[in-house]
Ligand binder design. Sequence first.
Ligand SMILES: C[S@@+](CC[C@H](N)C(=O)[O-])C[C@H]1O[C@@H](n2cnc3c(N)ncnc32)[C@H](O)[C@@H]1O
Length: 371
Amino acid sequence: MSKTPNIKHIIEGETDFLVFKKKHSVKGPRAKDKLPFYNPAMELNRDLSILVCQWLINNSSKHVHILDGLAASGVRGVRIKNEVIGDFDITINDWNMDAYDLIQENVKNRSLTNVDVLNKNLNTLLSEKKFDYIDVDPFGSPAYFIDSAIRSISNKGILACTATDTATLCGVYPKVCNRRYDAMPFHSFFMKEVALRILVGFICREAARYDKGIKPLLCHSNDHYFRVYIMVRNGVDSANDSLKNLSIIQSDEFIFSKNPGVNVGPLWIGKLQNKQMIKELRTILFEKQLNTKNTLWKLLDLLEEEADAPGFFYTTDDIASLLKVSPPGMNTVFKKLKNNGYKVSRTHFSPTGFKTNAPKKKIESVFKNYS
Ligand SMILES: C[S@@+](CC[C@H](N)C(=O)[O-])C[C@H]1O[C@@H](n2cnc3c(N)ncnc32)[C@H](O)[C@@H]1O
C-alpha cells in the first residue's frame, strides 16, 4: 500500500505513519468522504490524548485497555501505542475498509505489539467489550456514541470525546442542539463555554441512566472543535452527586446578557478541569517529544489558571461594546479587580476573556473609570 501514489508519510510526535494524500483539509472532514481522513489541524488534539493516556497508565494499578474507536488512518491509536510508555493493550477500530487496511499497514510498519485492529461499527464493538480509555473522534457530533461508550467504559476509566458540531452547540442551530443533546444552547459572546458545558451535561445525564457518575478531568474549546476528557465512576451515589452539577440557567442570570428570558441548558455547572491532573500532565509533557509542545504548554497553563474560577467568562471587547466605552487592556482589568479584593483569571476560551467573582457594578466601574 505504501507504494500507492496517493499515500504519503507524515510524522507526528515520535511516530511516522501513512495517510491518504487527498484527505488533507484544515476545514475538517465530511462524512461522505470515502477514503480515511487525516486532519493535520488535529495534531494538538492527538498530542493531548498522548499525555492523558500516559497519565492513565502512570496512575493505574491494573492492566489498561485503550480504544481508538473512530480511527481513520489510525494515527491516534498508532501514536498512543508508539509514544506512551508502559504495558497496555490498544484496539484501533474503523468501519471503513480502506481505513482498516491503512491502520493495519501503519501497525505493521512500526512492528507494534498488543494492538488489535478491527473493522466494526463502534457501537457494536462497545456493546461487546469493556475499555479503560475510549476515544470518540467523529465527524461532527459524538452524541450517537455516548450511550454505548458509557456502558463500555470501566470504573474510573476515561471517556475522551471530540465534538466538531460547534455551530450546533454554540446556538446557530438551536433545534438541532435540542434534538441531539436535549439542551438549549445560547448564542452569545460566551457561547463556547455554554457549548462545552452542554456537552459535559449531556454525558453526565447519559451516565446517570446507568448509575454512573462523571468527573471532568480536562475540557477545552478550540476554533473548530470541543474536546472533553471525563472520568466515569460506577455507583448510584456517584451518579446522584454528578447530577447536582446540572442546571438550567435563565439567561437573565448571565450578567451582560443581551437576550433575557431564555432557558439555557441543561448544562454542567461544576468544574471543567482537574487542577492536580493538569499539573501532572505538565510533567509528562516536559518529557515528551511533541510538535505542539509550546502551544500545549500555554493551553495547560490557562486551563490550570481557570480551574477554580467561577463559571462563564467575559471579554473586554464585549463588555466595552455593551457599555459603549473603549476596551481597557487586560492588565488594567486584572489590576483593578485584584486591588479591590476580587479573584480574576484568564481563560482559554478567548485571548480577551477573563473570569471573576466581582459583581456587575464593580466590573462596570472598572470599564468606565480606567483611564
Ligand atoms: C473524523 S474521522 C477520525 C479521525 C481520527 N481519529 C484522527 O485522529 O485522524 C472519523 C472516522 O470515524 C469512522 N466512523 C464513522 N462512524 C463510524 C462507526 N459507527 N463505527 C466505526 N467507525 C466509524 C469514519 O470511517 C472515519 O474514518
